[in-house]
Design a protein. Structure first.
Length: 287
C-alpha cells in the first residue's frame, strides 16, 4: 500500500487494531524501576549525537508518544526551554509525570498529558516545536503514514524532526506482524510466544558465547544499556507485543518527507528488523 492510500484508510485500521493494542504503558512502568543516572546520561548522549548539538538551550521539544518519559527527561536536562510529552496510553503519561515529579519537581516548562498523534485538532492546539521527537512510536499507531503526515506539521521552520521507524524486511516483517497480533490478543498466546522466543535467544547466545567465544551475555546486556539508555528486557517485551506494527523502507521515509520540504541531515540504518533513525531539517530560517 502506498503512503497516500494508507493515509486515506486511517480510521478503519486504527479501530480494528484497538482491541489488540499492546499495553506499552505497563511495560514502561516496569522500566522506571531500573532507571538510573547511567541510563539517563545515555539518553542525553543519544539526543546530542543525533541532533548534533551539545544542548537544547532556547529550543522547544515535543516527545510524541513519550513512553517512559526518559527522552523528555533528557531534553529537560539538556536545557530545552519547554518540553511537552504526550502519549495515547495513560499509564505512559503517568511515567512521564512521575519522572517530572522525581527530577524536576514544580517545573512549569515540562507538561505531560494524554493525547494522540492521529488527533489533528489536538496537534494544532499544541502548535509547532523546534525539535519534534518520536522514536519507535509512529509505526505502532495503527496508521503510520497518517501519523508521519501529522508530525511533519508540528516542526517549526528551521526545526528538526527525529524519528525512528521499523525497517521493512518483506516476508519476515509480515511474519512478525502475525506474531505480535497473536501476542497482544490473549494470555494463551503470550506465554508460548515468550517461551519460544526466549529459548531461541538463550540458545543463540549460548552458541555465540561457547563456540564463537566472542560475546559475553552480561557484556551484551551492559552494551544494550549503552544504546539510548534503554532496558534489554523492557524492549524485548515491547518487540514481542508491539502491535499495531508497520514498517517502511528508508527510501520511502526519505521520499515522504522530501516532498514536504524536509532535508535529511542524519541517518542511521538497521539492516535487520530494527529501527532506522532519521533526523530531518525543515527548510526555512534557523529556529
Amino acid at each position: 500500500m502506498s503512503p497516500t492510500s494508507a493515509i486515506h484508510s486511517a480510521s478503519e485500521a486504527t479501530q480494528n487494531s484497538e482491541e489488540r493494542r499492546f499495553a506499552f504503558g505497563k511495560n514502561w512502568q516496569r522500566f522506571l524501576s531500573v532507571l538510573n543516572d547511567d541510563r539517563i546520561a545515555e539518553a542525553e548522549k543519544s539526543l546530542r549525537t543525533m541532533l548534533e548539538t551539545e544542548n537544547l538551550g532556547g529550543k522547544s521539544f515535543v516527545d510524541v508518544g513519550s513512553g517512559s518519559g526518559l527522552f523528555s527527561l533528557a531534553a529537560m536536562k539538556l536545557a530545552a526551554s519547554h518540553v511537552h510529552s504526550f502519549d495515547y496510553d495513560p499509564q505512559s503519561v503517568a511515567c512521564a509525570q512521575e519522572l517530572s515529579r522525581r527530577y524536576f519537581p514544580g517545573a512549569e516548562n515540562w507538561k505531560a498529558e494524554q493525547g494522540s498523534v492521529l488527533n489533528k485538532d489536538y496537534l494544532i492546539r499544541l502548535g509547532q516545536f523546534d525539535v519534534v521527537y518520536s522514536w519507535g512510536v509512529l509505526h505502532h499507531t495503527g496508521n503510520m503514514w497518517e501519523a508521519l503526515e501529522n508530525v511533519s506539521g508540528m516542526v517549526a521552520s528551521g526545526g528538526k524532526l527525529f524519528i525512528a521507524i521499523y525497517n521493512d524486511q518483506g516476508w519476515q516483517s509480515s511474519a512478525w506482524t502475525a506474531v505480535k497480533k497473536r501476542y497482544s490478543s490473549s494470555l494463551a498466546w503470550r506465554i508460548p510466544i515468550i517461551a519460544a522466543f526466549g529459548t531461541y535467544r538463550l540458545f543463540k547466545g549460548f552458541i555465540k558465547d561457547v563456540f564463537i567465544l566472542r560475546i559475553n551475555p552480561l557484556r551484551r546486556y551492559r552494551e544494550y544499556q549503552k544504546s539510548r539508555g534503554m532496558s534489554y528486557f523492557t524492549d524485548l517485551l515491547d518487540w514481542l507485543g508491539g502491535y499495531p506494527f508497520e514498517v517502511a523502507k528508508p527510501e520511502e521515509i526519505f521520499d515522504f518527507f522530501r516532498v514536504r520540504g524536509f532535508e535529511l541531515v542524519k541517518l542511521r540504518t538497521d539492516i535487520r528488523m530494527g529501527n532506522n533513525e532519521f533526523v530531518f531539517l525543515k527548510r526555512g530560517q534557523a529556529a
